[in-house]
Design a protein around this ligand. Structure first.
Ligand code: NAD
Length: 290
């Protein structure tokens, strides 16, 4: 049994913490707003971390993580392991880890993919950055909340893997959506294009799992009025982080940057709150001159 302080009990944090409790760990949670049932709650973040072996944060952004760390690091016992599972900028993740180490603690960045369903089912994928010996200390706890835990290297590399993966996802969803709209204009049925591309070189997750048109993949959000799924607003956030890293590192990533622009425009024009695959509707409308 590990004593865990869990900070940030929103859509993702609450089910992740619940899985840790179900696995027999002693979890004390804290959130400024949310108060999920079935979890021992502390009156403050400082109280939640004061006797923890491991502190997990699941917060909206890098600024929240850095400001939380400023309050929590002095309140934890020396040698506490801080694991940030939020999706944040690589530079912020490295800064947070440096602060933790300076304060006499250990730190990992461990963002996730798999969404709220994966958080509830305990099937998240964790992408972890930080020293190997620190990773070894966290793996048994992360394995409770996820099906796959990948050590990606040095501090910040978990966030790097997350934004690179989601840049592939954003670009490939736009590519699949454009192909379906082109197919429509050429008189090709969705099913015919799906049957070819899903077993040919166009195969990808955006096509075969989260297919943006209704029909070919009955479980995809397209069959459920594009209810998320993976909210387009979160895709905007992740592509924004990717675009910042692309620019900061001088990488020639024309499609990643364009995907960030297209998703931002989509979200601003009513797409936020819909699954990110609904961008196919915007592409169709623009193609019809609407
Ligand atoms: P959320 O907004 O539902 O939860 C964040 C929680 O943090 C809120 O309940 C908020 O009150 C709390 N919080 C903010 N500041 C705090 C503080 N100082 N102390 C304590 N609590 C504080 O967000 P979410 O959907 O759970 O996402 C959390 C993180 O996970 C984000 O970084 C997001 O990008 C990432 N993520 C989300 C998904 C998803 O599908 N929702 C998938 C993968 C990754």
């Amino acid at each position: 049994m590990t004593t865990i302080g869990f900070i940030g009990l929103g859509n993702m944090g609450a089910p992740m913490a619940a899985n840790l409790v179900a696995a027999g760990h002693q979890v004390t949670g804290f959130d400024l707003v949310a108060a999920p049932d079935g979890l021992r709650l502390a009156a403050s973040g400082e109280e939640a971390v004061s006797d923890a072996d491991i502190v997990i944060t699941m917060l909206p952004s890098g600024k929240h993580v850095l400001s939380c760390y400023a309050d929590l690091l002095p309140a934890a016992r020396p040698g506490t392991l801080f694991v940030d599972c939020s999706t944040i900028d690589v530079a912020d993740a490295r800064a947070a880890a440096d602060e933790a180490v300076k304060a006499g603690h250990h730190a990992l960045d461990a963002p996730v993919s798999g969404g709220v369903m994966g958080a509830s089912a305990g099937t998240l994928t964790f992408m972890v950055g930080g020293p190997s010996e620190v990773f070894d200390r966290a793996e048994h706890v992360l394995s409770v909340m996820g099906r796959k835990v990948v050590h990606c290297g040095q501090s910040g590399n978990g966030q790097a893997a997350k934004i690179c993966n989601n840049m592939i996802l954003g670009v490939s969803m736009i590519a699949v959506s454009e192909a379906f709209v082109l197919g429509e204009q050429l008189g090709l049925t969705h099913q015919a294009l799906y049957d070819v591309a899903s077993t040919a070189s166009g195969q990808c997750w955006a096509l075969t799992t989260n297919c943006p048109v209704p029909g070919p993949v009955p479980t995809s959000p397209a069959n459920n009025d594009y209810r998320p799924g993976f909210d387009a607003a979160l895709m905007v956030k992740d592509l924004g982080l990717a675009a910042s890293a692309v620019t900061a590192n001088g990488v020639d990533a024309a499609l990643g940057l364009r995907a960030a622009e297209l998703y931002r425009a989509f979200a601003e024009n009513g797409g936020a709150g819909q699954d990110f695959s609904a961008i196919v509707s915007a592409i169709r409308q623009r193609s019809q001159g609407e």
